[in-house]
Design a protein around this ligand. Structure first.
Ligand code: HOZ
Length: 425
């Protein structure tokens, strides 16, 4: 496997095609995946890992679910890309709109980054305004305008922003602390007339898992409505994951635009942007806001997305929520027993872990967690066949394929791993 990583490093910057995968903040070398089987990954040396990353949440049914495999195989036999309309694009747009009350129309794209980029352009085009608010620690993909105080890979690498993003590109980006209602009010007081949008992960899941304070999202809705800015929920992680209608369904808040990714593409490269017709119709070819893509609405990706959305019945969410609850309770107890301060938040089916005692409400809180201890715990778990995110700034994603016994075994192993992590300081 090391040979593979050497070859990768020779031809791919850092040996990976997405930075967090490089194990930069936890140390060591990544394993290379040969295949996925439900809750498990198998690496190229034949080692099996109970996988709580699940393609960063995309594989909500678990890896290689038969419904998804069959749908993709059948679709592939008819051709993999046409750059022309296909029936399943319509079906997937209908399936999304049927489930999400605030969505009337949908544009399918290929990645969450692309959907967020389109959302920013659309919000600016629809309102005729320039500035956007984003929250520190929220991650909306790697578009320049939002690559400031972003979580995920930037947090993993300890970077405030990215080289190559010019001051001009982010001059219209206003950064406010997550859960900071006074900061939101100050941003509206200063820029209200020129704020096109407020973008938020309704449950922040790229700085570890950080739930919104009660009333925070309602406050955003109220201020956006009052000032004529669009409220954009980035539901790339929460969409179809925390419940059938995602975070907007769970909170009853109707955003003006919603961004989906991961689950909606069934593990294939697909993302979506949706909202009321009066906003969405600003997109070309009806409106003047341009967006395009040869692989947008790709026939394999729409087949996978439809297969997954069709399988997500209410009892699926109940099952995964029970697994997430057992996981967070169990990890918390295991770390506590070993004397490692921690807090393990959970939002429905999403699980989090911070190695610090105090609850985490902001990016600064998240950054104050003990990342070195996280690295030791990560490796102690990995050595026992359990794979959690190779970064302290991500969430955990139990899937439908994780059984009660899988989670119980994880918790048993976590007790051993926590003792090892505590003693290896
Ligand atoms: N930035 C992604 C997690 N939030 C990681 C993507 C990947 O490495 O696949």
């Amino acid at each position: 496997m090391s040979d593979l990583f050497d070859r990768a490093r020779a031809r791919i910057p850092g040996g990976v095609n997405s930075p967090v995968r490089a194990f930069g903040s936890v140390g060591g070398e990544p394993f290379f995946v040969a295949r996925g089987e439900g809750a498990y990954l198998v690496d190229t040396d034949g080692n099996r890992y109970l996988d709580y990353v699940q393609s960063w949440g995309a594989s909500i049914l678990g890896h290689a679910h038969p419904l998804v495999v069959e749908a993709v195989q059948r679709a592939a036999a008819d051709g993999t890309s046409f750059g022309a309309p296909t029936p399943r694009e319509v079906e997937l747009a209908e399936a999304i709109a049927d489930r999400i009350p605030s969505v009337e129309k949908v544009r399918l794209v290929s990645s969450g980054t692309e959907a967020a980029m389109t959302a920013v352009r659309l919000a600016r085009g629809a309102t005729g305004r320039s500035k956007v608010v984003k929250f520190a620690g929220c991650y909306h993909g790697h578009l320049d305008a939002l690559l400031v105080a972003a979580g995920s890979g930037l947090a993993t690498l300890g970077l405030p922003g990215s080289a190559g993003v010019t001051p001009g590109t982010v001059a219209d980006t206003v950064v406010v602390d997550f859960n900071d209602v006074a900061g939101v009010d100050a941003a509206f007081a200063e820029h209200g007339d020129d704020l096109a949008a407020v973008l938020v992960e309704p449950v922040a899941a790229n700085m570890g898992l950080v739930p919104p304070d009660p009333g925070f999202l309602e406050h955003l809705r109220d201020r956006c409505t009052r000032h004529g800015a669009l409220l954009v929920f980035d539901e790339v992680i929460t969409g179809f994951r925390v419940g059938p209608a995602g975070a907007s369904g769970r909170t009853g808040i109707r955003p003006d635009l919603s961004i989906f990714g991961k689950v909606v593409g069934g593990g294939l490269p697909l993302a979506a942007l949706g909202g009321p017709a009066e906003v969405m119709d600003h997109l070309a070819p009806l409106g003047a806001v341009y967006q395009a893509g040869t692989l947008s609405g790709n026939p394999l990706a729409t087949a996978a997305g439809l297969a997954v959305l069709g399988a997500l019945t209410p009892d699926v969410y109940e099952t995964i929520e029970a697994r997430a609850s057992a996981l967070t309770d169990g990890l918390h107890a295991a770390l506590d027993a070993a004397g490692i301060a921690n807090t393990a938040p959970r939002v429905h089916t999403l699980a989090g872990l911070f190695l610090r005692a105090e609850p985490v409400r902001t990016y600064d809180d998240a950054k104050a967690a003990d990342t070195a201890a996280y690295g030791r715990f990560f490796h102690a778990l990995l050595a026992r066949g359990v794979y959690i995110a190779p970064s302290a700034f991500e969430a955990m994603f139990p899937s439908l394929a994780h059984t009660e016994a899988d989670v119980a075994r994880t918790v048993d192993l976590a007790h051993e791993a926590a003792v090892e992590a505590a003693s290896s300081v």
